[in-house]
Write a protein that binds this ligand. Structure first.
Ligand code: PMV
Length: 352
């Protein structure tokens, strides 16, 4: 443990990501070994901002002294207690890295949490980055890499908190491969954010937190008769998605990501217990989008995570037009206008 500095606070900003080829199901939950490779686009506006510092009053205590505050929907910081995923991950990091000092951490999302905008990806990513910065005293990603925590290492540690978090450590388009064994997983950038900036118009069908978390959902996959065929088809799907990305071909990409999202939701719905994340409003929107595309040539496609909200993917130059058409048809629903983004940032500054 190097350079403990009690007079600094560290702010990590980690973007969310939207999977184009989804991670759904695990070969080994304990080692967070996914059933298949996945590929995502890193977002820009949807992010978690987490500030950490050494908790002055608790230098000599283990995790009992941690304080974790999370902003609620009104932006008010509330203490997090009990069996929370973030507290469990903090305890894991402390054990794994042998970093005893207790931390004071405050965190907020720039978007509604737990409803299919991958808040666990950005949240667990930002927690990992902020906590390790406070423990090591590193004030930038460069200093952190020099302390032994480069982006692949941070991604690996964050993955143990939430699988999809590992893909938030690189900007642009990011590939997480499952490998032949748990230890040979890799996370890497396949294209940076300038290769093909796309818009992700996130339609908020419902901001409510979903009743079954992704973590619980992953464990139901084996019970679906559609799961094995899905996993068997992923390598071919991945090749087609990568070819569409390489060629910047929206129609080819769109066909794949829509089929992929529906494939994952088919596994969810045919599992025991059956999971239904889509609401009637989500399905109404999907029907509308397909009809608009067929009848008016609207150049936009959907993908969906484990939640009711719809990510509409289109070229950046068409984003305003697509957004206006959605607003006209669904005036009661709000849209978070996001786009392909860069990876995380880290700053360290003296305490105020
Ligand atoms: O990282 P988790 O455990 O929250 O799982 C994420 C699962 C999906 O968001 C549905 C798909 C994905 O690849 O991000």
């Amino acid at each position: 443990m190097a350079n403990i500095d009690q007079h600094l606070e560290f702010t990590a900003e980690v973007p969310s990501n939207i999977a184009l080829v989804k991670y759904w199901g695990k070969r080994d939950p304990d080692r967070q070994w996914p059933a298949n490779d996945s590929l995502s686009m890193t977002l820009n506006a949807a992010r978690t901002i987490t500030t950490a510092r050494i908790h002055h009053d608790a230098m000599d205590k283990m995790d009992k002294g941690d304080v974790l505050l999370r902003a609620d929907m009104d932006g008010d910081l509330q203490p997090v207690t009990g069996n929370d995923k973030a507290l469990r991950h903090l305890a894991y990091l402390r054990r794994e890295l042998k970093m005893p000092p207790a931390l004071h951490i405050a965190t907020k999302n720039t978007f509604p949490s737990g409803c299919g905008i991958a808040s666990s990806a950005s949240g667990l990513g930002a927690l990992t980055l902020a906590a390790i910065s406070a423990w090591t005293g590193a004030r930038s990603l460069t200093e952190l890499a020099a302390s032994g925590f480069d982006l692949p290492r941070l991604a690996e540690l964050a993955r143990l908190g939430s699988g999809s978090a590992c893909r938030s450590f690189f900007g642009g388009y990011c590939l997480w491969t499952a490998g032949a064994e748990p230890e040979s997983q890799t996370v890497m950038q396949v294209y940076d954010e300038d290769h093909w900036p796309l818009a992700d118009l996130i339609l908020i069908v419902s901001p409510e937190t979903k009743s079954v978390s992704s973590s619980a959902g992953h464990l139901t996959t084996a019970s679906s008769p559609l799961f094995k065929p899905r996993v068997a088809g992923i390598p071919a799907r991945m090749r087609r998605v990568r070819a569409a990305l390489a060629a910047r071909d929206l129609d080819a990409l769109g066909v794949e990501i829509e089929a992929e999202a529906l494939d994952m939701h088919a596994v969810m719905m045919t599992a025991t217990p059956s999971l239904r994340y889509l609401l009637d409003g989500s399905v109404d929107f999907l029907s509308w989008l397909r009809k608009e595309r067929e009848e008016t040539g609207l150049p936009a496609y959907f993908t969906i995570d484990a939640g009711p909200n719809i990510h509409v993917i289109c070229d950046l130059k068409d984003a305003a037009k697509v957004s206006a058409r959605i607003n006209a048809a669904f005036p009661h629903l709000s849209i978070i206008a996001d786009r392909t983004g860069a990876g995380p940032t880290l700053t360290g500054r003296p305490l105020p």
